[in-house]
Design a protein around this ligand. Structure first.
Ligand code: UQ1
Length: 450
C-alpha cells in the first residue's frame, strides 16, 4: 500500500519537480521521502467530522492509548453544524450562524485532520482514497460520513429552493433553513403544505416539528384558528409518503390526535415528486395528486454517499452493513460505523449517536486488545418534537419502536408535550453538544463522562 500511496503523492508534486519524467521520476521522488508515507498510515481513520466523527475520535483519544497522528479524521467541510437546531432556525428561534463551529477549531491537535473528501473505500486493502488522490491506510476504519440530501429527487425543487421569491423552503440544509421563517412570516392566507418523503431520512420527526411551530406562529398572528380551521385564512396540510404521523405507534397516536384537534389535514401516502410553479405533485400509489400551495416546506429524499454505496461495506440499501448490537462491519472486522451512514434499524438522530459512540469506541478498543467486541447498543434514539412554541414531546425509543423514556419516572408519560423538554431541546442540547459531546464527554441519557 505504501508504494501506491507515495507514488500518488509524488505524482501530484511531480510537475513542479520534473515535468517530463512521468512515473519513473515519481518513483525516485517517492523513495526520497519516506516520511510522507509514514504520516499516512494510521491506527484508526475516522471518515466524517460530524456529530459521530467528532464524538468518536475524541472518545478514542480520551479512552485509548494513542500518540499524536495515530488517529486521523477526514472531512471536507469547513464547519461542523448542529443540525438538530435547524428546526429552531426555521421557527425563528435561533440563527444558523450560532449553530456552527469551524471544524478546524474543534479537532484535537493530537488528531491528524485531512480537510478533504473521500472518493473510494477499499476495505479489502485496509485503505481508502482521498479526493486529493492520496491514499490512507489503517488498522481500523470508522465510517461516519452521514448521508446525502438528494435535492434533485424532486423535480423542480432545486430551482424553487434557490429562487428567493418562491415560498418553497426546507430546514434540511444550511442554505435553505434561514428561508423557512421568512416564508412563515410572509404567508397571510392560503394553503401551507409540509411534506415528508418515503424512504429513510434523518430525524423523521423534523418534517412535522417545523409544521407545529408554523401553526403556532399563525395562530398567534390571528391567521389560524385550530378550533375553526375552515374559517381561517391559512389552511394547513401534512403530506407524508408514510401511512402514519410517526414510526413509533405510541407517539404516532399522540401526534395524530394533535393533528386532528388542531384541524391539520393529513395527506398520508402522498410522496412529493415535483414542484411546478405553485403546484405540488404527489405520487399516491399509481395515481398523481396535484395540490395548489401558497407555502411549501419540503423534505427531500436522502441516501448514502456514493463512496459508501459503491464500496464492499454497503448493505442492499447502500448503508454500511453493521452488526445491530456491536456496530462492527458484518464484512470486515476492522471496520465500524455509526450515525446516519450506518445501516442500523433505528431512527437517524444526534441523540442516537450519543448512545452509539461509546459502544463503538469500547468495542474498537477491545478488538485492538485482541478481545471480542462485547458491548451492545440497544437501538436508543430520540426525537424531541416541538409541538408548539414552549412545548416539546420527547419521544425516546429503542429497536422495535419500544419506548425507552429517560424522564417518565419523574415527569410522567413522555407522549405528553412539556415545557421542560422544550428547554432541553432549545437550550441544553445545543450547549451540551458544542461544549461536551463533540469533545467526547457526553453520553446522552447516561450523562457526562470523563
Ligand atoms: C442528546 O444527548 C442530544 O444531544 C446533545 C440530543 O440532541 C440532539 C437529544 O435530542 C437527546 C434526546 C439527547 C439525549 C439526552 C438526554 C438527557 C435524554
Amino acid at each position: 500500500m505504501s508504494l501506491s500511496l507515495v507514488s500518488q503523492t509524488a505524482r501530484a508534486a511531480a510537475p513542479a519537480v520534473a515535468p517530463t519524467f512521468g512515473a519513473l521520476a515519481s518513483r525516485k521522488f517517492a523513495t526520497a521521502s519516506p516520511v510522507t508515507s509514514g504520516a499516512r498510515n494510521h491506527k484508526v481513520v475516522v471518515v466524517g467530522g460530524g456529530a459521530a466523527g467528532l464524538s468518536i475520535s475524541h472518545q478514542l483519544l480520551r479512552h485509548g492509548n494513542f500518540n499524536k497522528d495515530d488517529i486521523a479524521i477526514v472531512d471536507p467541510a469547513e464547519f461542523n453544524h448542529y443540525q438538530p437546531g435547524w428546526t429552531l432556525v426555521g421557527g425563528g428561534l435561533k440563527t444558523r450562524e450560532e449553530l456552527r463551529t469551524p471544524l478546524k477549531s474543534i479537532v484535537d491537535p493530537k488528531l491528524k485532520f485531512y480537510n478533504t473528501g473521500v472518493t473510494s473505500l477499499t476495505p479489502e486493502h485496509d485503505s481508502l482514497t482521498l479526493s486529493t488522490g492520496d491514499k490512507l491506510s489503517y488498522e481500523h476504519l470508522v465510517v461516519v460520513p452521514g448521508i446525502k440530501i438528494n435535492y434533485d429527487s424532486i423535480k423542480g425543487l432545486p430551482e424553487a429552493l434557490a429562487n428567493p421569491d418562491s415560498m418553497v423552503s426546507s430546514i434540511y440544509g444550511y442554505e435553505t433553513c434561514a428561508k423557512v421563517f421568512d416564508t412563515i412570516k410572509k404567508l397571510s392566507k392560503g394553503n401551507a403544505i409540509f411534506t415528508q418523503p418515503t424512504g429513510v431520512i434523518k430525524c423523521a420527526g423534523a418534517p412535522q416539528k417545523i409544521m407545529w411551530l408554523a401553526l403556532d406562529y399563525w395562530k398567534k398572528a390571528g391567521l389560524y384558528d385550530p378550533s375553526n380551521p375552515s374559517a381561517s385564512p391559512v389552511h394547513i396540510a401534512f403530506a407524508t409518503g408514510l401511512p402514519t404521523m410517526f414510526g413509533v405507534p405510541k407517539y404516532s397516536q399522540a401526534l395524530d390526535q394533535l393533528r386532528q384537534e388542531r384541524g391539520v389535514e393529513g395527506l398520508f401516502q402522498h410522496d412529493l415528486v415535483a414542484v411546478e410553479g405553485n403546484q405540488a405533485v404527489f405520487a399516491k400509489g399509481e395515481e398523481k395528486v396535484t395540490r395548489d400551495f401558497d407555502l411549501l416546506h419540503v423534505v427531500p429524499k436522502m441516501g448514502p454517499h456514493d463512496f459508501v454505496k459503491n464500496s464492499q461495506l454497503a448493505d442492499a440499501a447502500g448503508y454500511v452493513a453493521v452488526d445491530q448490537a456491536n456496530l462492527q462491519s458484518t464484512k470486515f472486522k476492522n471496520v465500524w460505523s455509526a450515525g446516519d451512514a450506518a445501516g442500523l434499524a433505528t431512527s437517524k438522530t444526534a441523540a442516537a449517536i450519543t448512545a452509539q459512540a461509546p459502544v463503538l469506541v469500547a468495542n474498537l478498543l477491545r478488538t485492538m486488545e485482541g478481545k471480542e467486541p462485547g458491548v451492545e447498543y440497544d437501538g436508543y434514539t430520540s426525537c424531541p418534537l416541538t409541538t408548539e412554541y414552549g412545548k416539546v414531546m420527547l419521544a425516546e425509543f429503542k429497536y422495535g419502536g419500544v419506548p425507552k423514556e429517560t424522564f417518565a419516572k419523574y415527569l410522567g408519560d413522555q407522549a405528553v408535550p412539556r415545557r421542560a423538554y422544550y428547554h432541553l431541546k432549545k437550550d441544553f442540547f445545543p450547549w451540551v453538544y458544542k461544549n461536551y459531546m463533540l469533545q467526547g464527554k457526553w453520553a446522552g441519557p447516561k450523562g457526562f463522562t470523563k
